[in-house]
Ligand binder design. Structure first.
Ligand SMILES: [Zn+2]
Length: 331
């Protein structure tokens, strides 16, 4: 009896799964369509290409996910953030005021973007219009947009991230750019364990901020995601290393490389599986130092929240990507 009950639950789960997955895809498509139409509206208003608005929105969405001091949005599809004080004006007794005369009276910046006569702080068009009006507009060229972003965010890392995202959206012409790969070929002889947080001593007391994937010299090292090469070169601990920024504000760090793929350069867009370099044992000294430990790839992920970055354990993702790639190969 119990078995029969479990069996029927099991069957229900099986039956429900495909429609659930399909529903999720549908949702993402609807979201992308709604967002795209708002970015296009912004482009029509400003002559700034849609992909810059997509990039800013993505950056701000990631910030909201990573920070507790900025509220999550429960309605709407955009993530541009304008604080309640900025929107309604300092000292305005109505916290989310939508009445334009009182907003103006208190020096608030909330505006009416959809033409209903109200400045509604939960309406996407009103938010977007208010955000646009807050920008210092110099012109639609790349360098002018960069200046505009600098004025707004006052942080070069943020400006670089947004400019990078914009290039990715421009290249692919769509908002959902997804996929992952395991950093070394599955067929290569490799092993790794969860050692994030273990103590390390070279270069002062610190913790191990990543996972070491042991493999032979010369095994190709591959990008694990879509992203932009943010750093490439030598650092004392990491040796020859590469840093890739993805669309979730993550910085993927590949260290101790034996060499780089010669085709790879800073600022370049990479895809899951793009070979960026080769396993080696470089690091722990001045440029060229090598062989102080067995060859391995040190892989770390750092998350940015708009003012600082922190490391988190990449091990669960590595296991997931490895499993996923195995499954895909069998298909
Ligand atoms: Zn390591």
């Amino acid at each position: 009896m119990v078995l029969k009950k479990w069996l029927s639950i099991f069957c229900m789960v099986i039956l429900l799964t495909p429609s659930f997955v399909y529903g999720e895809v549908q949702n993402q498509e609807t979201l992308d369509r709604e967002r795209m139409s708002l970015y296009s509206e912004a482009e029509a208003l400003t002559f700034i290409p849609w992909y810059y608005f997509a990039a800013i929105d993505t950056y701000e969405r990631n910030i909201r996910l990573a920070r507790k001091d900025i509220p999550k949005r429960t309605d709407g599809v955009l993530s541009f953030y304008i604080s309640p004080e900025d929107w309604s004006g300092l000292g305005n007794p109505v916290q989310n005021d939508s009445y334009l005369p009182t907003i103006h009276l208190f020096g608030g910046i909330g505006m009416d973007g959809n033409g209903d006569g109200r400045a509604n702080s939960t309406n996407d068009e009103d938010i977007l219009y208010t955000y646009i009006n807050r920008l210092h507009y110099y012109g639609p060229s790349r360098s002018y947009i960069k200046m505009m972003l600098w004025d707004y965010y006052q942080r070069s890392k943020t400006v670089e991230m947004i400019m990078g995202y914009a290039r990715m959206y421009e290249k692919y012409g769509k908002l959902t750019i997804e996929g992952n790969a395991f950093p070394v070929p599955l067929r290569s002889d490799h092993s790794y364990q969860s050692t994030w947080g273990a103590p390390r001593s070279f270069g002062g007391r610190r913790i191990h901020e990543g996972t070491d994937i042991f493999a032979h010299y010369g095994v190709p090292v591959r990008a694990t995601c879509y992203g932009i090469i943010e750093t490439k070169g030598w650092n004392r601990i990491g040796g020859w290393r590469i840093g890739i920024r993805d669309l979730q504000n993550n910085y993927h760090y590949y260290a101790h490389l034996g060499g780089f793929n010669k085709e790879i350069s800073q600022g370049q867009i990479v895809e899951p599986g793009t070979v960026i370099g080769y396993v080696g044992s470089s690091g722990y000294g001045p440029p060229g130092t090598s062989g102080k430990f067995p060859p391995h790839l040190h892989y770390g992920i750092y998350k940015d929240n708009g003012y600082t970055e922190w490391s988190f354990d990449p091990y669960p993702r590595l296991r997931m990507w490895e499993r996923q790639e195995r499954i895909n190969r069998k298909k």
